[in-house]
Write a protein that binds this ligand. Structure first.
Ligand SMILES: Nc1ncnc2c1ncn2[C@@H]1O[C@H](COP(=O)(O)OP(=O)(O)O)[C@@H](O)[C@H]1O
Ligand SMILES: [Mg+2]
Length: 206
């Protein structure tokens, strides 16, 4: 299964969610490859800080990614792609390579507009790849705020599935990434549970 985390906007959680998804799939016993397709190389930087790497991370910020992936796919059960912001050509190559595109966004109007742009790009790709699936993932939800609830209403107009399981704003997501690790049950039990449910839902979509 090939999952891509894509959004033209930076800072929405593509790297945070792709690294956590790769870690959770690994925990479930899958053979996972994480591809850092962002020229900024945040996921690679994270990988270089790891003490006990549990899965492979490679950098591939190239618009030929869709040609490379079929050569790698046989060695892995799942490939997770951490996408770049902007760079439409690279984003198109990632869309060609993927089975499921996850568009992370934060609950703010600016993020909803940015997500709409990314969804347009996905729709363009779906003309040629009708099997390509897409969903929106709400990240950094601040529990019990009106904006956290209203975002779902606002997203209805995009007419794309919104994952039921949001990811909340949690210091542990930022802190663990900075240390070359990911949120586990020992760091933040609720955070770990959120990731488990999130990945479970992604897997049900495929
Ligand atoms: N759920 C979250 N809770 C707290 N901080 C988060 C969360 N998701 C992302 N962040 C922080 O927000 C910033 C941007 O996230 P990142 O994953 O790098 O986004 P992108 O890859 O889309 O640019 C980072 O500093 C990250 O630690
Ligand atoms: Mg990133």
């Amino acid at each position: 299964m090939i999952y891509a985390f894509l959004n033209q906007k930076g800072g929405v959680g593509k790297t945070t969610l792709s690294v956590h998804t790769a870690a959770e799939l690994t925990r479930l016993g899958r053979r996972v490859l994480l591809i850092d397709a962002d020229p900024q190389g945040s996921a690679l930087a994270w990988a270089n800080c790891r003490e006990n790497p549990a899965f492979t991370v490679v950098g591939m910020p190239k618009a030929t990614i869709h040609k490379q992936i079929p050569l790698l796919a046989g060695d892995y059960d799942d490939i997770v792609i951490d996408g770049p912001p902007r760079i439409a050509e690279l984003a198109r190559s990632i869309l060609l390579a993927s089975d499921l595109v996850v568009v992370p966004l934060q609950p703010s109007p600016l993020d909803i507009w940015a997500a709409a742009e990314t969804v347009d790009l996905v729709r363009e790709a779906q003309v040629y790849e009708p099997d390509l699936k897409c969903c929106l993932a709400i990240n950094r939800r601040i529990v019990k705020t009106a904006i956290g609830r209203d975002v779902r209403d606002a997203l209805k107009e995009l007419d794309v599935l919104v994952l039921e399981h949001d990811i909340s704003q949690r210091v542990a997501f930022a802190e663990t990434l900075a240390n070359g690790s990911t949120v586990g049950r020992d760091d933040d039990r609720k955070g770990a549970k959120e990731i488990e449910r999130f990945v479970e839902e992604l897997r049900r979509m495929t």
